[in-house]
Each structure stands twice: as C-alpha cells, then as structure tokens.
Design a protein around this ligand. Structure first.
Ligand SMILES: Cc1cc2nc3c(=O)[nH]c(=O)nc-3n(C[C@H](O)[C@H](O)[C@H](O)COP(=O)(O)OP(=O)(O)OC[C@H]3O[C@@H](n4cnc5c(N)ncnc54)[C@H](O)[C@@H]3O)c2cc1C
Length: 438
C-alpha cells in the first residue's frame, strides 16, 4: 500500500463540484410566500417543482447554497427503495401495510427517471444496475431469503449471484457472492441537483440561498419564519433539512431534529485510471454496495476514468482528509491492484437515519416535513418532496404509505448523536466476527 495516498493536487471537496459546484444566487429574501420550503436539496427542490406545477407559489430557502448539502455530495447511486424493502417490514407493520410501504418506496425509481426525462436534466443518468456484495456466506443466505420477496412485492427484479459468477459483476473476489438488482441506476449528483434547481426555477419557484431559518411560529392562519436575514411570513411551510437539521446557528424544526440521526458519510475519488482498468473492475459499470454494517459503496465515475469509493469511515466527525486513508485502505482490500493509485478528492456530507429505519413525510404543529432517507435518498428524497407537495396542495389522490407513520424519537435525544462512536465500534466488531466465521 502507498505510504501517502494523496495526490499532489489533492483537494478536500466533492469531485462532483469540478463539473457542477452549487452556484451562489443573490435573490433577496421575499417578505412573504404561499409556501416556504426550508432546505434546498432534492426534497425541497422536488417539492417546489411539484407545487409550481400545481399553481402554488413556492420559495426555497437554504442556509448555504441551493444543492450544497448531501444532494451534491452523494455517491449518485439510484435505487428504488432497496434499503426500505430490505428491512423487516411485514414483521413490524403486518403483511398488507409492510407491502404497501415497500411498494411506495419502490415507486421512487420510475418517478426520478420520469422527472429527469420530463425536465431534460443532463445528469449522466444510466439504468446500470447494482451489485450488493455479501460480506459472509451467512449474509448471502440472509440476502437470498429477502431477494424474492423484494422482487415479488416491488416488481423490481433481483437475482442472487453466487461467488462463482461474481466476476461477471465485479472485478474482485472480495465478497461471498451477492444480489444483483437490475432496476437501479447511476447519475452525477451535482448535475442532478443543479438540473432540478433549474427545473424548479423554470417552473417559477424562487430559490434563495444564504438564509438560515432559526424558528417557525404560527401567525394568524399561517406562519412567521425567523431567519438570520430577517423575517418572512408564509401560508404553509415545509422543512426539508434532513441530515443538516440540527445546527447551533439555527434549527428550523427542533421537533424534526429530535427524530433524525445525522451521520457523516465519506467519499474519495482516485486519480484518472486507464479505461481498461475501470472496465475490468466494474463490468457493465454497475454501482456496488455491500451487506457490511459499516457500509462501503463504490462506483466508476460517470466518465469511466476514476473509482469513487464511499463509506462510513468514521463515527467521530473526522474530516474528509482524516478519513480518506481509511477509505483508500478499504478500496485496496477489494481491489489490490489500486494500491499505488492516489486520491485527488475527498469529501463528506450528512445523511439522516431514523429510529424506525424509514423515510417520513408528515405534518407536525401545522409544519410539513420530508426527511430520513437512511443514506439512500437520491430517488427517495425526490419522491418524498413530490408526495409532500401533493399533500400540501390537497392534490394527493391516494394515501402515500410513508405519510404520517409514527415518527419515533428517544427520551432526552435532541438530535446530537453522541452515541455514534459506541454504535460504530459495536458494528465493526459484529462485521469482523461475521467475516471471521466465513
Ligand atoms: C457522502 C454521501 C453519499 C451518499 N450516497 C448516496 C447514494 O449513492 N445514493 C443515494 O440514494 N443516496 C446517497 N446519499 C444520501 C442522499 O444524498 C440524501 O438522502 C439526499 O441528498 C437528501 O436530500 P435532502 O434534500 O433531503 O437533504 P440535503 O440535500 O442534505 O439538503 C438539506 C439542506 O437543508 C439546508 N438547511 C439545513 N438547515 C437549514 C436551516 N435552518 N435553514 C435553511 N436551510 C437549512 C442545508 O444547507 C442543506 O442544503 C449520500 C449522502 C452523502 C452525504
């Protein structure tokens, strides 16, 4: 392994921003809005787009830049609610409701594909498929027990791939086989965020950046919104702040923050590699994830020249630069031939987990929310934003299964996950034991 894995030109910023860094806008804060949307990621932008299409005025407010959060930092791996469907839904919610939830989550895939096509968003979208590697033979068996259910209930095909066929999907013997999910895709998240923002603006939404919402209070039949740039009023409010919900500089909804567990996810990009190397490591240029609890996910860049390797490298709020060598080491464990390959970019962003493992939309004290995609929100956040907008506009013609479910928190939890280092250590030990038993 290289002693120093960093390239001389290393930058601690998303590689995606080389092509699509979220731009600055200098739109002034309006005095009022029909709908104020707090958070300018996929969820907020998708909600704004749908509200405008239904004829409602919408203003999106972001504390940083529109698309600056997880939405321009993620791995760009697009799935139809695989994470939701992979949970124990029938056990927790009963057969009928469990299946309704899985189906509602799976509908996020056709929805994002339709949005990208309808709005002509140039974001390198490809329905390339995904391979989920099994960390151990026991994990493979657990996956196999779930694969048919997922396919049957969601209508999205899955196939178990034994280790003997793994090289057709991944240029490595690192996993014990895995599951192929053909109805999944990939995109360039920065370009998608920019394109979704442009679509919302074209439809007439007002996008305002550099405005941090610090409180939302009822006022008459609407709401007064306190920000660090002054006040505004709105008839209705949506909070879509996801992994960035709790902030000492101002929290839009403390109620929502108490229900979300923000967790850093980290990614590195390698220097450019020969195209043959990428073709060999990623046959079919599929997206790759795995069954380990301390998850890794990786892919070729859309131009087919780099490996982008992501994972939960630290549970202690390490910087992107501090966590990069850990990701590099994990990449080399899977692809030993990349030992001498250097890192040009490393970055991190917050994902939001929930205590019940589900994404949620709903309304609390009159304020709507959409959040909690468990690190799998490219399609899902877009879909949640659309559904919460339909609800706000009174245009939903059926109940959305992720709407208004009980949204648990924990006693004394305020949104600061002090317990993550302990949980992370526990998960690492469980992963190590599972692998040792293999
Ligand atoms: C490193 C990483 C890798 C990931 N990989 C994948 C992947 O491959 N596939 C996948 O499906 N998902 C992935 N995800 C998850 C996915 O990116 C998110 O689920 C999705 O982008 C969430 O969108 P959002 O609109 O809900 O939130 P975000 O995009 O995080 O937007 C929230 C916004 O709210 C703003 N905000 C917060 N508080 C305030 C306030 N008080 N006032 C005003 N604005 C505020 C923030 O500035 C931020 O811009 C990944 C996430 C990360 C971080």
């Amino acid at each position: 392994m290289t002693q120093n894995p960093f390239s001389a030109s290393f930058q601690a910023k998303p590689w995606w921003w080389e092509a699509a860094e979220p731009p600055d806008r200098d739109t002034p804060l309006p005095d009022r809005a029909a709908v104020a949307i707090v958070g300018g990621g996929y969820a907020g932008l998708s909600a704004a787009l749908t509200l405008r299409r239904l004829g409602h005025q919408a203003v999106v407010l972001d504390a940083e830049r529109i698309g600056w959060g997880a939405s321009s930092r993620n791995g760009g791996m697009v799935s139809g609610g695989l994470k939701v469907a992979g949970g124990d839904l029938e056990k927790t919610y009963g057969k009928e409701e469990g299946q309704r939830i899985a189906l509602a989550a799976a509908a996020s895939l056709p929805f994002i594909e339709e949005t990208i096509a309808r709005e002509a968003i140039e974001c390198d979208y490809v329905r390339c498929g995904r391979f989920v590697g099994a960390w151990s033979p026991a994990h493979y068996d657990a996956m196999a027990a779930k694969a048919d259910w997922i396919a049957e209930v969601t209508g999205l095909p899955t196939e178990m791939i034994p280790r003997s066929r793994q090289r057709d999907f991944l240029g490595s013997d690192f996993y014990h086989g895995g599951m192929a999910a053909a109805a999944t895709g990939s995109l360039h998240p920065g370009k998608y965020a920019r394109g979704l923002a442009a679509a919302a603006e074209r439809a007439g939404a007002v996008l305002v950046d550099g405005v941090r919402v610090q409180g939302i209070a009822p006022a008459g039949s609407g709401f007064r919104i306190a920000t660090d740039k002054g006040e505004m009023v709105a008839d209705a409010v949506l909070v879509a702040t996801n992994g960035y919900s709790l902030d000492p500089r101002g929290t839009a909804s403390p109620w929502l923050a108490r229900r979300l567990v923000p967790l850093n996810s980290y990614i590195i990009a390698t220097e450019e590699l020969p195209e043959e190397t990428i073709e060999r490591l990623f046959p079919g240029r599929r997206m790759i994830s795995e069954s380990r609890r301390v998850l890794n996910y990786f892919r070729p860049s859309p131009d087919g020249r780099r490996v982008l390797w992501g994972g939960r490298a630290s549970f202690r709020k390490a910087t992107a630069e501090e966590s990069a060598p850990t990701l590099h080491r994990r990449m080399v464990e899977c692809f030993p031939e990349l030992a001498g390959v250097s890192i040009t970019h490393a970055w991190t962003g917050y994902v939001a987990f929930t205590f019940d493992g589900l994404p949620h939309i709903g309304v609390q004290d009159g304020v709507h929310y959409a959040a909690g995609c468990q690190g799998s929100g490219v399609a899902m956040a877009t879909w949640l934003g659309h559904n919460v907008a339909l609800k706000m506009a009174g245009a939903a013609n059926q109940r959305f299964a992720l709407d208004g479910l009980p949204f648990p928190t924990r006693p004394t939890y305020t949104g600061n996950p002090w317990f993550l280092p302990v949980v992370g250590t526990y998960y690492r030990i469980r992963d190590a034991l599972d692998r040792r038993a293999a």
